[in-house]
Design a protein around this ligand. Structure first.
Ligand code: NAD
Ligand code: DEZ
Length: 385
């Protein structure tokens, strides 16, 4: 069996080596020629999968080790009887940790003593949005939710809680976590356009970590030239990978679509597709992502009651993930013409440094308050009291 796979999928040999022969190809330029003889195709979000790629091939199973599926023509796969699996939720916790770190840095920049004084509006309350909301609510933030598709489901557990987009856009922070949809009843393509951006002010932070095209980035660039523009943290861009250098200079925090790039998130993406392929082939599911995760470089930190409690949380969170490092790398790398910028963006992602989630860090707290201990647990750290 021939498995053609995006070379950026981690642990291909460990998960799939005993299922078939693996041929690695660059995802961005994967062609019909590359996949013609494949039985199984494994991609990430940069490969468009549909008739153009697969017509004439013998592929029977397509897996994407990502949450997003906007690059996959699922109707076409279904028509052709080709099995499909995405990796729902695989990197949701990684995105939630990105949002927490961004919030922490934003509060610091605003001179806030207590970051939980920020109200946070979450747009798109699925696997990612729910995780963000859960952590923030338990930390004591005032959280507002917007999810029109879910609000129309009378059986939805949060049905009473959902607010309109215009209400949620009044929060101190607005964090976007919707999929990219164009034909859906509540399509998200350019959902945040000039009208929505005009309503945001300089005291607000807009975070975008779903898909770039959810914001009209031309309108965003124009808004950022005007007085009273909001502060913006962009992880996803329109367009990718040849992002607009002017927009990069105008946003506060810029990252190259890596919110979900913790090692745990990426490996779980591979694991979920491995499970689906094994079930499709009638093979036992024996491997687990945990068995392949190495011991992290930093695995233990200790805080005593003498430390400022807010500081302890800050140090621990930013030592796991500090988005300013990605921001600096991105600003240094993105230059030149569109082709050079696209290559630089893809290289930042291909060569992304190992980033571990908070759950990989054992935290020892001595003589600290119960509320600090709860905050550490909520964020996801392993505690040793
Ligand atoms: N930046 C990254 O690295 C990264 C990582 C993971 C996922 N993502 C993106 O984030 C998206 C969301 O991930 P998820 O796991 O939460 O997906 P999900 O499918 O579990 O949830 C998406 C939610 O958005 C809601 N939604 C749809 N249209 C909406 C609209 N117009 N307004 C408000 N809400 C709407 C849906 O009802 C659903 O509840 C993915 O589709 C992917 O594109 C990005
Ligand atoms: O949809 C997802 O899971 C994320 O956007 C994911 O991090 C995308 O990563 P890529 O497939 O582009 O490597």
């Amino acid at each position: 069996m021939l498995i053609v796979a995006d070379e950026n999928i981690p642990l291909l040999d460990s998960f799939f080596g005993d299922i078939g022969e693996i041929r690695r190809v660059p995802g961005r330029t994967m062609s019909a020629e590359d996949v013609r003889d494949a039985d199984v195709l494994l991609v990430r979000s940069v490969t468009r999968v549909g008739a153009e790629l697969l017509e004439g091939s013998r592929v029977r199973f397509v897996g994407t080790s990502t949450i997003g599926t906007d690059h996959i023509d699922q109707d076409w796969l279904k028509d052709r009887g080709i099995a499909f699996s995405a990796a729902p939720g695989c990197n949701a916790n990684s995105v939630a940790e990105y949002v927490l770190s961004v919030l922490l840095l934003h509060a610091e920049r605003q001179g806030l003593d207590d970051w939980t004084n920020l109200s946070v509006g979450i747009v798109g309350v699925g696997n990612v949005g729910k995780k963000v909301a859960h952590k923030l609510e338990r930390l004591g933030f005032d959280v507002h939710l917007c999810d029109p598709p879910r609000s129309e489901d009378p059986g939805d557990q949060d049905a009473e809680r959902f607010e309109s987009l215009s209400d949620v856009l009044k929060c101190d922070v607005v964090s976007l976590h919707t999929p990219l949809t164009r034909d859906a009843r509540h399509a998200t393509w350019h959902m945040i356009g000039s009208a929505e951006l005009a309503g945001l002010n300089a005291s607000q932070l807009l975070i975008s970590a779903g898909r770039g095209e959810v914001i009209d980035c031309t309108a965003l660039s124009e808004r950022l030239d005007q007085a009273g523009a909001p502060v913006v943290a962009l992880d996803v861009w329109e367009p990718e990978p040849a992002i607009e250098p002017e927009l990069l200079t105008k946003v506060w925090l810029a990252t190259p679509h890596i919110a979900g790039y913790s090692l745990e998130g990426k490996v779980q993406g591979t694991e979920i597709v491995y499970q689906a392929l094994s079930r499709f082939l009638g093979l036992p599911v024996r491997k687990k992502s945990g068995q392949f995760l190495p011991e992290p470089a930093l695995n233990k930190v200790s805080f005593t009651s003498s430390a400022d409690e807010g500081d302890a949380l800050r140090v621990a969170l930013l030592s796991c993930y500090d988005p300013r490092r990605d921001d600096a790398r991105m600003r240094a790398a993105i230059k030149g013409n569109a082709k050079e910028r696209a290559e630089a963006f893809d290289l930042l992602r291909r060569d992304y440094p190992v980033r571990r989630e908070c759950s990989s860090l054992k935290v020892q707290l001595k003589g600290t308050s119960k509320s600090l201990q709860d905050s550490f647990r909520t964020i996801g750290f392993k505690l040793k009291i």
